[in-house]
Structures are given as C-alpha cells and as structure tokens.
Design a protein around this ligand. Structure first.
Ligand code: NAP
Length: 396
C-alpha cells in the first residue's frame, strides 16, 4: 500500500456540508468534543453561511473563532480535490449522495484521504465500490460510508454480539430496531431519491456482485427474513431492507472473527400488530408514489432541505437495537441504545468516526471498508465514552 495521506496536511478533519441540518449538529459536536490540538475545519458551498455558523459556534466556545472556513462545491471536482488534499479525513453530510457524493469520493480516493459520510443509499455505496475502491486501495484511502444511524449501531452492534459468541463456529445474528424519531428534509429527500431508483439500485448491486472477489472457505450472508412475532423483544418483527444488513454482511466478509458461516437478518420491531400493518402499508404507498416523478417532487416539497426536528422533539427521541446471536451452543441477547438516532446521535457517530480515522491507532485497511472493519474497537470505545450504550442483556 502506498499511503499518500501525508503528515504535512493542514487539517486532521474537514467537515463538508457543515451548514446543513446534520452538518450543523456535527460541527457543534466537534466544537464541544474535538480534543485539544485536533486541527479541524468547516467546509461548504457558501462562505457566508459558514461564517454565520462559525459565529454561532464561537459564541458557545471562543476557540472556534479561529476555525478555518473552506469553500467547495459538490459539482466542482477541482475544489473538491483541493479540499481532499488539505485533510487527513473528510466527513461529508452533502446528500442525497447519489446526486452530490461521487466527485468527493473520487477526490479522496485519488489523494489518499480518508472519507466518511452519512449515506444510507445502497446504490451509491455499490457505485463507489465499483468506481473508486481500486484507486483507494492504491493510495491507502479508507472510504467508510454509512457512519450515522445508517449503519453504525447495526454494524457495531453485530460486531459486539459476535464478540460474545464462540470463535470458529457458524453464527447467526438477528437485529431488531425500534425508534420513535422524526426525520429531516435531507433524510426525506435521500429516502425518496433511493425509492425512485429501484432499477438503478438493483443494477449496481448486480455489478458489484460480479466484481467482488468470492470469499474462499467461508460464508457471510444477509438474507431477508420473514415477518414474525419475536419472543425476545416482545414485538412484531418486519424485514427491513435498508443498507444496514449489507454493511453487516460486508463486515463479516472482512473479519474472520465472524466465523466460517455467518448469517445476519435485519428487522423493524413494532409493538402492536395494527401499527406494523399500517407502517408496512404507508411505506408501500410512499415507495409507489416515489416511482412517479411528479408525486416525488410534490412529496419532496413538503419537507424543506436544511430543516429537521427541533431540540425538544429530538430530546424525546430514542432508539434501541436488540440483537439475538447464536452459535456453538451459546445464545446471547445484546442491545445498543441511545437518544435521537437520526440527528443528535448521528452527528456524534459521524464526528467520532472521523476523529477515530484521524487520530486513533487502527488496523491497516484501505479501499471501501465498513465501520467494524476500519475501526471496530476504537469506534465502539469512543461511542461508549460518548454515551451510547452497548450491553449484554442475557446469555444462555
Ligand atoms: N445515516 C443516517 O442515519 C443519516 C441521518 C441523517 C441524515 N442523513 C443524510 O445526511 C444527508 C444530509 O441530511 P440533512 O438533513 O443535514 O440535509 P440538509 O440539511 O439538506 O443538508 C445538506 C447539505 O448539503 C449541502 N449541499 C447541497 N448541495 C451542495 C453542493 N452542490 N455543494 C456543496 N454542498 C451542497 C447543503 O449546503 P447549504 O447549507 O449551503 O444549503 C447542506 O449543507 C442526507 O443525505 C441525509 O439522508 C443520514
């Protein structure tokens, strides 16, 4: 590996999209928690908005008055290359990523810069694998997508669960997600975009399967489960075809600790059957509407970009992910839990992932890697110290 992420770069972490809804929360988190001596900068497309953000941050924390402001546009490859070349790690909140993400990933792969984002878009992740994994391996860049609620609690929760199970035997893990959270304009736009691109998503997944090297002597799978009542959680479990199970599967491919034959299934966990049925019908309707451009545009215009749940609403929000793991005669229930998943905790996860890449002693990896593979123990330790809970609930 020819690592070009040299020590001479001016910034440890650059936050791109700092002026958006989650970007601002991430900037606030870094302002409060980046360790002394960590050189970080705010980046975005509007210098005026960046300056306003810096003024707000420095009202709380006078050190922030000196924060560097970097301008770049997601459509301008030259400005992104300059941005990437100035940093060890770029964390991006500029989505929908399928529209705005590729040029920055290309710039990071080219300049040997580590990259993190908040995407939950499977098509984008597969495309970036096909287009940029090879170059990133050559330059030593780590491309770590999905560093928010998609998919950190699920990826690290499965990683934590595997560590409670015996080594060298086939393992199964099921994850059950519950939350009461609301969403932002940016998340809604990204979800609608992804729902409207079913064929492109399927094509990218197919091409990736053709290119990805086969695992030799081991298996790692994430098949879709069936709806059922789960006695472990006391809730109805509905298969959740998000990016998360793909990420867990890729971690199992990358880490031998997941054993010779690993299977992960991912579910939404709903207390009452009518709610489960209503939720499924509503998602079906939304997915159907997302196929019609005019309906998609109308739905998009209902929730403004840059807006999201206020502090009081986020303060009432929570999530839990229950995992049931089995293998080698042992059965374990674990749980990851925290506060507002999509925004407060997501900002924390993105910031801590960027800090881990910039500052921690991590396993030697490069190319497109998951959070568990790139920084499993380090990120787990950081997030636990930052208030997320990873615990073993029961063992048999
Ligand atoms: N993984 C998760 O769990 C999770 C959770 C939350 C959000 N997300 C994702 O994170 C992304 C951001 O969400 P959000 O709610 O923060 O959205 P948002 O408020 O709309 O923010 C989008 C950001 O992108 C910037 N931007 C847009 N076009 C740009 C361009 N051409 N060049 C440079 N910057 C550009 C915006 O800049 P301006 O400020 O100048 O407009 C803004 O900073 C979405 O894709 C969302 O799905 C994921």
């Amino acid at each position: 590996m020819n690592r070009q992420n040299g020590a001479e770069r001016p910034y440890d972490v650059v936050l791109f999209g700092a002026t958006g809804f989650v970007g601002t929360l991430t900037a606030e988190y870094l302002a409060a928690h980046a360790p002394e001596g960590c050189r970080w900068a705010l980046a975005g497309r509007s210098r005026g908005k960046l300056a306003e953000l810096r003024d707000r941050l420095s009202a709380e924390n006078p050190h922030c008055a000196e924060l560097p402001l970097l301008t770049a546009d997601a459509d301008d490859a030259g400005s992104l290359r300059e941005l990437a070349g100035s940093a060890h790690v770029v964390a991006s909140t500029v989505g929908p990523y399928v529209w705005y993400g590729e040029k920055l990933v290309a710039a990071c792969a080219e300049t040997g810069t580590d990259y993190t984002d908040l995407t939950g878009e499977a098509e984008f992740v597969d495309r970036m694998y096909l287009e940029h994994d090879g170059r990133a391996r050559e330059t030593g860049s780590r491309l770590v997508h999905a560093c928010g609620f998609d998919s950190v609690p699920h990826d690290l929760g499965a990683y934590f669960t595997v560590q409670q199970l015996p080594e060298g035997v086939p393992l199964t893990v099921d994850g059950y997600v519950r939350t009461n959270a609301a969403f932002s304009g940016g998340t809604f736009a990204s979800a609608l975009t992804a729902m409207g691109r079913g064929p492109q998503m399927a094509r990218a997944a197919r091409e990736r399967r053709l290119h990805e090297p086969r695992l030799v002597g081991r298996r790692a799978r994430a098949p879709q489960g069936s709806p059922h009542f789960s006695p472990e959680t006391g809730t109805w479990a509905l298969p959740l075809p998000t990016l998360d199970p793909r990420v867990v599967e890729r971690s199992a491919r990358g880490l031998k600790r997941y054993g010779p034959d690993f299977r992960y299934r991912h579910f939404a966990s709903v207390k009452h059957l009518p709610m489960a049925l209503g939720g499924t019908a509503a998602m079906g309707l939304l997915a159907g509407a997302a196929q019609i451009p005019a309906a998609r545009q109308w739905l998009s215009s209902r929730v403004e970009p840059g807006t999201g749940p206020g502090e009081a609403r986020r303060g009432r929000s929570w999530f839990t992910v229950r995992f049931v793991g089995e293998g080698g005669g042992r059965r374990v229930c674990t749980e990851v839990s925290g506060g507002d998943p999509g925004y407060d905790e997501t900002a924390k996860m993105l910031a801590e992932a960027a800090l881990a890449l910039a500052l921690d002693d991590l396993p030697a990896t490069s190319g497109q890697v998951t959070t568990a593979v790139a920084m499993g123990d380090a990120l787990l330790g950081r997030l636990t110290a930052a208030g997320l809970r990873f615990r073993v609930a029961a063992v048999r």
